[in-house]
Design a protein around this ligand. Structure first.
Ligand code: ATP
Ligand code: MG
Length: 215
């Protein structure tokens, strides 16, 4: 059933309201951050966890992925100054391929506050299209509500059998793919990626980064 954000806010549930926003974050950019804070506000969430995928199974084999610990360091830097945003390393600690259903189970088991929390799994339009193919999808829908946000491109309508909502966020046509090519060809990164993230990239020499011009 499709329900409105207002209905979700009004729900009288005890326990924390946690957003789970998974991604490769290679690198994290303003599109991720603007999405996270706007969904947090719209759904009155206590926290949004930007969960760094260990092995993003959808992307395996298609390109070289930056090591998980480096992606986690970038996400930590990205969220450090924003109350409510948290960098998640549960998938890295679990190892192996990152399936959201396992992540939710692990979070609930390992943290008493999460055990009684209501989870909202946040996905962009593009990722939403593939959600029904996610590992153990039926089980997943019992553990979390799905939140779909706009991303430039064709909007996706999920089946009405699924408990999902759409939250409006500013549409920013920013992607990690474009950012990686900007590192390669020297186009500006300013305002697309935050300064603390650029510092991690420089310190760790990620993306073969000649980023002096932007810093
Ligand atoms: P890549 O280009 O490497 O796929 P990406 O920019 O899509 O990177 P991901 O780490 O793949 O970033 O995405 C993580 C989540 O963030 C996905 O649910 C994706 O739809 C969402 N997302 C990414 N960029 C945006 C954006 N600009 N606006 C809204 N959602 C976004
Ligand atoms: Mg993507």
């Amino acid at each position: 059933m499709t329900i409105s954000p207002t209905a979700l806010i009004d729900q009288n549930t005890s326990g924390l309201r946690i957003g789970l926003f998974g991604g490769t974050f290679d690198p994290p950019h303003v599109g991720h951050l603007v999405t996270a804070v706007n969904v947090m506000h719209a759904l009155d969430l206590d926290q949004v966890i930007l969960m760094v995928a260990n092995v993003p199974w959808q992307k395996e084999g298609s390109r070289t992925i930056t090591p998980a610990q480096d992606r986690f360091a970038m996400v930590e830097a990205a969220v450090a100054s924003t109350p409510g945003l948290v960098a998640g390393d549960a998938e890295i600690r679990m190892g192996g391929p990152s399936y959201t259903v396992d992540t939710l189970r692990s979070l609930r088991q390992q943290n008493a506050e999460y055990a009684s929390a209501t989870f909202f799994t946040i996905v962009g339009d593009d990722a939403a299209a593939g959600v029904p193919t996610w590992e153990r999808f039926e089980e997943l829908t019992e553990l979390t509500r799905l939140v779909v946000v706009d991303r430039p491109g064709a909007p996706v309508e999920l089946s009405s059998d699924i408990d999902w909502i759409r939250v409006e966020v500013p549409r920013l046509d920013v992607s990690s793919t474009d950012l990686r090519s900007r590192f390669t060809d020297g186009r500006p990164l300013d305002y697309l990626i935050t300064q603390p993230v650029l510092e991690v990239i420089r310190e760790r020499s990620l993306y073969s980064s000649p980023i002096g011009a932007q810093t």
